[in-house]
Design a protein around this ligand. Structure first.
Ligand code: ATP
Ligand code: MG
Length: 199
């Protein structure tokens, strides 16, 4: 088994996440890509109100329904507490002894890797997969770059200048999410009244 692990707050999920997942799965011939919804994203708590994890999980489940090989994972939500990728990776290694793990991150995340909890655990367990993201610098692989010591690959995807932050502002302003967020997830946002009363 070749498993992609794509963690995020997904507040909300958008087509940038999905295009990344689908293209990484194709490029690396992965059996599946897990969209792992952070329970408490330690980088974001305290900075802004994060939508309850169960709502963010419901958005991801709706968005991947019918998408081949891309799955919502409730691992971190079920575990509860602060979400560290090191714990998630350890759990997946234990559950899938013979699997090869590929940790997917956008280029904007690479600069912050040094601050991750138990980084060595992550580094030894995964191949890092970096996808390009508008506004983030191109990541140099190899010695001398920020990923020296990692098994790392970079996968090109169409540049999509979309962020959850901008999408939350759209809901507040009443601007459309259409074609930026899958329809099924837009329906969950509407049903649950998510994002509307921010600011
Ligand atoms: P926020 O604005 O709240 O930070 P976000 O759009 O960055 O939201 P996250 O949940 O923080 O979404 O991101 C999860 C993962 O998806 C990260 O690795 C991030 O780099 C990647 N990612 C998010 N949006 C894109 C995009 N448009 N293109 C490529 N990668 C992306
Ligand atoms: Mg982000």
């Amino acid at each position: 088994m070749r498993i992609g692990v794509f963690g995020g707050t997904f507040d909300p999920i958008h087509v940038g996440h999905l295009v990344a997942a689908v293209n990484v799965r194709y490029a690396l011939a992965l059996d599946s890509v897990l969209l792992v919804v952070a329970n408490e994203p330690w980088q974001k708590v305290g900075e802004r109100a994060v939508t309850p994890a169960r709502d963010r999980l419901a958005l991801v489940e709706a968005a991947v329904d019918g998408v081949d090989g891309v799955e919502a994972s409730s691992l971190e939500v079920d575990r509860g507490g602060v979400s560290y990728t090191a714990d998630t990776v350890e759990q997946l290694v234990a559950a899938h002894q013979d699997a090869e793990l590929f940790l997917v991150v956008g280029a904007d995340v690479v600069g912050g890797l040094a601050s991750w909890e138990r980084l060595e655990t992550v580094r030894t367990a995964v191949t890092l997969v970096v996808v390009n993201r508008p506004g983030a610098p191109t990541v140099e692989l190899g010695e001398g770059g920020p990923l020296a010591g990692w098994r790392a690959v970079s996968i090109e995807m169409p540049a999509l200048e979309i962020s959850s932050t901008e999408l939350r502002e759209r809901v507040v302003d009443g601007r459309p999410l259409d074609f930026l967020v899958p329809d099924a997830a837009i329906r969950v946002i509407a049903e649950r009244g998510l994002y509307a009363q921010e600011r």
